[in-house]
Design a protein around this ligand. Structure first.
Ligand code: PRP
Ligand code: ZN
Ligand code: MG
Length: 225
């Protein structure tokens, strides 16, 4: 069993944020022994446990109060928030700060040969995405009706596979879109990594450890600017 008195931090196990998340924690002086396949890692020099999970699971772990801190992309966080709200929940968390990595954007993309003259072209179209709530929030505001096709991965193959007319997916370098004959036509959400905390009171020792970490994070980020 995990020792609940130790501060629990969730970070992505493998993916766009994992290396930078690990680097940030290390630069804050946390000595972690991360063995590749391990879900849990213990800091050797501080009362901190690191949980390495799918990024998509991090917002829920925070909202359910299972971990104390999490490093997560705002896109994933916002989608999780909208999902829970749509289920009638009132999820809570605290954003401690935005971080200086994990830049990406959630964008609409179309097959190269399809014309684009603004979001109105999407009226009645089927759009593949892993972010149905962010997409709906955006298109609802514009009064555009659409059908969504929920895919948790390989969204970029949907148009070629005949599953959708367009996609709404994360873009960082644009290489994935290009490799799949798609072009980015509209950015709907800009995201960075952020540090979040579960709501509710933490023990005095955990809180002072967080205070100390926040000062160190500030220093690390400032030094990189
Ligand atoms: C995103 C997106 C694309 C890729 C785009 O996935 O789904 O696959 O990144 O990046 P590029 O523009 O640099 O080619 P990501 O790995 O971030 O998320 P996931 O693994 O959590 O789906
Ligand atoms: Zn993911
Ligand atoms: Mg992906």
């Amino acid at each position: 069993m995990l020792d609940k008195s130790r501060l629990r931090i969730a970070m992505q196990k493998s993916g766009r944020l994992s290396k930078e998340s690990q680097k940030l924690l290390e630069q804050c002086g946390i000595k972690i022994n991360l063995q590749q396949q391990q879900l849990l890692a213990f800091a050797e020099n501080m009362t901190i446990d690191i949980m390495r999970v799918r990024d998509d699971d991090i917002p829920g772990l925070i909202m359910d109060g299972v971990v104390d801190l999490g490093i997560i992309g705002e896109n994933v966080l916002e989608e999780a928030l909208l999902t829970r709200q749509s289920q009638g929940d009132n999820p809570c968390y605290v954003t401690l700060r935005r971080l200086d990595f994990g830049d990406c954007r959630l964008s609409m993309a179309l097959p190269m040969d399809k014309p684009w003259n603004g979001p109105k072209c999407l009226q009645g179209k089927r759009i593949a995405t892993s972010y149905p709530h962010l997409l709906k929030q955006y298109l609802d505001k514009l009064g555009i009706n659409f059908k969504s096709c929920l895919l948790n991965g390989s969204v970029e193959v949907a148009p070629r596979a005949g599953l959708a007319d367009a996609i709404c997916d994360l873009v960082s370098t644009g290489a994935t879109l290009e490799a799949n004959g798609l072009r980015e036509v509209e950015v709907i959400y800009r995201s960075k990594a952020c540090l979040i905390q579960r709501s509710g009171n933490l023990s005095k020792t955990k809180q002072s450890l967080i205070d100390k970490l926040m000062i160190r994070i500030q220093g690390v980020i400032q030094a990189r600017e």
